[in-house]
Every structure is written in structure tokens, then in C-alpha cells.
Design a protein around this ligand. Structure first.
Ligand SMILES: [Zn+2]
Length: 239
């Protein structure tokens, strides 16, 4: 990532966003898309709703074993080597079973991945999302939680853990409203952690929405949504 280059390219976009000049922002965004080759223009979504539909369609391909695995070649990497325009930014857990490009059947350059245990909003993760939106052109932000998230389980159990593990567990605790989780008969882990996962996702979405920078963008240019990924089925449910 070369921030200086991208910020230079998107300097006008940022300036216009900061002043709230909606019409000019849309024009700048359209111009951004128009700079791409014709072939690439036809593929990426151009609106937040189109981006959401693309993720839903990709997840449907994943759960029905019909992944296209498109844009995952060295050739694709070379296409985006000098410039990336990921249509979505996804704040997801670092869990090894959560892999956005796979579960949404997307390719290199499609998704700006921000991953941290518990998919929490910190200064760094918020800043990364802000960068994806304002400098790279992502129009959809997804906070993606997942079933049986160990970070959420630890927070729900009010565990005190060693080292810096508490850093993300403590960030989740204020988001949870329920009591102690019940046992899951399948995995021996808390069952109603699913409720806690949703609470955490909604809490992190609210924190992203409080971003001053993102708040200057209107709904036509940006959507911030929450979602939960099932480890049992692979299905992502948007909430
Ligand atoms: Zn997790």
C-alpha cells in the first residue's frame, strides 16, 4: 500500500467529502471509476447497494459450492498492482475460519480486509476503514462477526486473560447485554453466544458510524452494515 500515492489520487475526493459537497463528491467518484479499463468497469459494483448484492451473491455461490474463484490469478494481481479500488471494506475477526475473499467468492483487489480478533473498532481499524472509503473508493463497509467467536465468548464469560489478549476482550465486554452464555451441546461452548455476537457486531457498527470522516458521506456513497457468518453453514446473514 502506498498511502501517499493514493491520497494524492483521491485528494480532491477527500477535500470535497470534508466540505460536504455531495454533487461534486459523486462526480469525483464517477471519475474514479471512469479511469479504469473498460473490462474492469463492467465488473465492480458502483453503488453501496450493488456492492452489498455482490457480496450476497458471492456468499450464495460459496454455500452452494459454486464458487467462481474469479480474479484470483497472478494476472489479476498484475492488473491491480498499481491501483486498487476495493468495492467493499470488511472488518472481520482474525479467526482462521473467517476468510472474506473465500466466503464471499471475491478476488484480489475486491475487498479491503481489516481483521482483528473480535472484529472490534479501534483507532487503527477505524482509520483503516476510513482510508478504504475515502482514499480507495470502497462504498460498502461490513462489520462481520461469526458464530462461536472465541473473543465474544471470552467477553461474555468475563474472562481475565494473560498479556494483551484482554485488549480485544475488554473492548467487547461493554457491547454485551446478556447473562452468562448457555452451553452449546454440539461444541460444548456457549450457545447463546450467537446473541452476543450480534450485539457485538451492532455495537461495532455504531462505533464506525460515529466516525466523523465517514459521517460526512451520505447514504448514496456509503453504507455501513453488520453481518454474521455461520460456521455450520457458511451463510452470511446481514443484520
Ligand atoms: Zn472470532
Amino acid at each position: 500500500m502506498n498511502p501517499n500515492k493514493h491520497f494524492t489520487e483521491r485528494r480532491d475526493f477527500l477535500r470535497l467529502g470534508a466540505t460536504g459537497a455531495l454533487g461534486m463528491m459523486v462526480a469525483a467518484s464517477d471519475l474514479l471509476w471512469q479511469t479504469q479499463p473498460a473490462e474492469a468497469q463492467a465488473l465492480p459494483p458502483k453503488t453501496p447497494d450493488q456492492a452489498l448484492q455482490e457480496l450476497i451473491a458471492g456468499n450464495q455461490r460459496f454455500i452452494t459450492n459454486q464458487r467462481q474463484c474469479r480474479n484470483q490469478s497472478l494476472e489479476q494481481l498484475q492488473k491491480v498492482a498499481c491501483k486498487q479500488i476495493p468495492f467493499a471494506a470488511i472488518l472481520s475477526c482474525a479467526d482462521s475460519r473467517v476468510a472474506p475473499e473465500i466466503i464471499f467468492d471475491q478476488g484480489i483487489g475486491d475487498i479491503f480486509d481489516v481483521r482483528v480478533a473480535g472484529n472490534i473498532v479501534t483507532r487503527e481499524t477505524r482509520g483503516s476503514i476510513e482510508y478504504a472509503v475515502t482514499a480507495l473508493g470502497s462504498q460498502l463497509v461490513v462489520v462481520l462477526g461469526h458464530q462461536r467467536c472465541g473473543a465474544v465468548i471470552a467477553a461474555a464469560d468475563n474472562e481475565v486473560l494473560p498479556g494483551d489478549i484482554n485488549s480485544f476482550v475488554d473492548a467487547i465486554k461493554p457491547c454485551l447485554k446478556g447473562g452468562k452464555p448457555l452451553l452449546d451441546p454440539q461444541c460444548g461452548k456457549p450457545a447463546n453466544v450467537d446473541v452476543a455476537v450480534v450485539q457485538n457486531v451492532q455495537c461495532q457498527v455504531r462505533q464506525l458510524q460515529e466516525s466523523t470522516l465517514l459521517g460526512k458521506l451520505c447514504p448514496q456513497n456509503l453504507r455501513i452494515v453488520g453481518a454474521v457468518y455461520s460456521l455450520d453453514t457458511g451463510k452470511v446473514t446481514f443484520i
